[in-house]
Design a protein around this ligand. Structure first.
Ligand code: BG6
Length: 279
């Protein structure tokens, strides 16, 4: 894997296939592009800010130490999705970091990105270098590229417990494959990591998503109205071209004691075979 530091970004290239590459924006350690044989796999908004003025709309933003907003003590003051996505590798965003717990939780995040000819692995290690325990959520907020959301299905979630953020209700997913006809924002809880979630377009598998130590999965598409409300979501019709499949540990918090570390991985890979997995 060739690694090139281009200033604001780092590029990894797969040696035997130079058109297979991944680009990481140092701000937020955000993967902003992953190409397999020159074909882009991730969606990035044309209005995404890449200058460090706000988190990136697209690619793979990192969500830590809270997913969404939380009313739990130590998390109420944090903005949505925490501060990793608007920090630099050198320093946690001081303004936001100070709102986590009592503002002095000592931690290290270590992100490892591995590029292969047909897959991309993002691995996170969270370490507690503090003298007290603390808790956190983790999530890879992955924007996968699709050709047309209305032709897209996401499989292998029937039977799973799901919290629908739009109606604030929990129910069991009944659908053998989720389809998209309106805004969708769901947290699937405790989905066995044996299950690979597939994004299928017109009968063809376009992405496979595998998780290690990440029990929850958020599925999100903002559709028309929500896209209009996001200034950095461009073009406004861009929701046709993306689906967020977000592996995380968000249903409850992970607790880390002093000196402990926690690791988790997302693996996105190519592969045509439709595999149906029941509960
Ligand atoms: C998803 C959430 O993970 O992120 C949605 O489930 C949210 O509720 C979306 O709208 C985008 O969040 P943000 O903060 O990047 O606009």
């Amino acid at each position: 894997m060739a690694v090139e530091d281009l200033g604001d970004t780092v590029e990894l290239t797969f040696p035997s296939s130079p058109k297979t590459k991944v680009t990481i924006l140092k701000y937020g350690a955000t993967v902003i592009s992953w190409k397999v044989a020159d074909v882009e796999q991730l969606w990035l908004s044309e209005g995404a800010k890449l200058d460090g003025s706000k988190p990136v709309r697209g690619g793979i933003p990192l969500v830590f130490p809270v997913f969404g907003k939380s009313a739990e003590e130590g998390f109420q003051a944090l903005p949505q999705h925490g501060f990793a996505r608007n920090s630099t590798p050198a320093e946690a965003n001081p303004e936001v970091y100070s709102k986590w717990g009592k503002g002095d939780n000592d931690f290290t995040l270590f992100l490892t990105i591995t590029l292969n000819d047909d897959n991309l692995t993002t691995k996170i290690e969270v370490s507690n270098s503090d003298s007290k325990p603390w808790t956190f959520n983790w999530l890879f907020h992955t924007y996968l590229k699709v050709n047309e959301i209305e032709d897209t299905l996401v499989n292998n979630l029937p039977g799973e417990e799901c919290y629908d953020q739009l109606i604030a209700e929990t129910y069991e997913e009944k659908s053998p494959a989720i389809n998209f006809t309106q805004e969708l924002d769901r947290i699937y809880k405790n989905v066995s990591t044996d299950k690979v979630v597939q994004v299928i377009e017109l009968g063809k598998v376009v992405h496979n998503v595998k998780r290690v130590n990440l029990p929850d999965l958020v599925v999100w598409n903002p559709w028309v109205e929500k896209s209009k409300g996001m200034a950095d979501f461009e073009p406004k019709s861009g929701y046709h071209k993306m689906v967020c499949i977000e592996p995380g540990h968000v249903h409850d918090f992970v607790e880390l004691k002093p000196g402990e570390s926690w690791t988790a991985e997302q693996i996105i890979y190519k592969g045509d075979a439709i595999k149906l997995q029941s509960i």
